[in-house]
Design a protein. Structure first.
Length: 148
C-alpha cells in the first residue's frame, strides 16, 4: 500500500505523519510506502522544519532525510490513500483531481477535524506529534485488518 500525507509546505505536519506512519508500519511488518508533499512550493527540496525533526527524534523517529516536494496531479495515480491535514489543503488537492476515482483516494487525515499547523507556535509541536501518532496507530489497526 502507498500512502501520501499532504499539508501546506511539507515541512511540519505531513513529514511528521509520514515519518510516524512509516515507523509504525515497519514495526508492524507492513509493506507500506509512506511519503509526504505540500500544496505549496516554497520549501521544495528542503528538509522538515528543525522543530519537526526534533519532536520526531524525541520519540525515536528520524525524519531528517526527508525532502519537501509539491503535490502534483500524477500523485493520484501513485498512491492508494492521500491524507490531507486540513480542509484548505483538501480543497486544493481535490481541485487537481480529474476523476471520481482520484477524488475517492483523498480524505482528511483526521476524519472530522484538522491537524493544527504548529509552524508559528513552538508549543504546538509536541501536541501535534501526539495527535498524529494516535491517528497513525488507528490507521495501522484499520488498514492492516485484511492483511494475510
Amino acid at each position: 500500500m502507498k500512502i501520501l500525507m499532504v499539508c501546506l509546505g511539507n515541512i511540519c505536519r505531513s513529514p511528521l505523519a509520514h515519518g510516524v506512519l512509516q515507523h509504525l508500519a515497519d514495526n508492524n511488518g507492513l509493506a507500506w510506502t509512506v511519503e509526504s508533499a505540500g500544496t505549496g512550493n516554497w520549501h521544495v527540496g528542503d528538509p522538515p522544519d528543525r522543530r519537526t525533526i526534533a519532536v520526531a527524534r524525541q520519540y525515536g523517529i528520524d525524519i531528517s532525510g526527508q525532502r519537501a516536494q509539491q503535490f502534483q496531479s500524477y500523485h493520484f495515480d501513485e498512491y492508494d490513500h492521500i491524507l490531507v491535514m486540513d480542509r484548505e489543503n483538501l480543497r486544493n488537492v481535490l481541485a487537481k483531481a480529474r476523476t471520481a476515482e482520484q477524488r475517492a483516494r483523498v480524505q482528511l487525515f483526521l476524519p472530522d477535524d484538522e491537524v493544527p499547523d504548529p509552524y508559528f507556535d513552538d508549543e504546538l509541536f509536541d501536541p501535534v506529534y501526539k495527535l498524529v501518532e494516535a491517528r497513525c496507530k488507528e490507521l495501522v489497526e484499520e488498514w492492516s485488518k485484511d492483511r494475510p
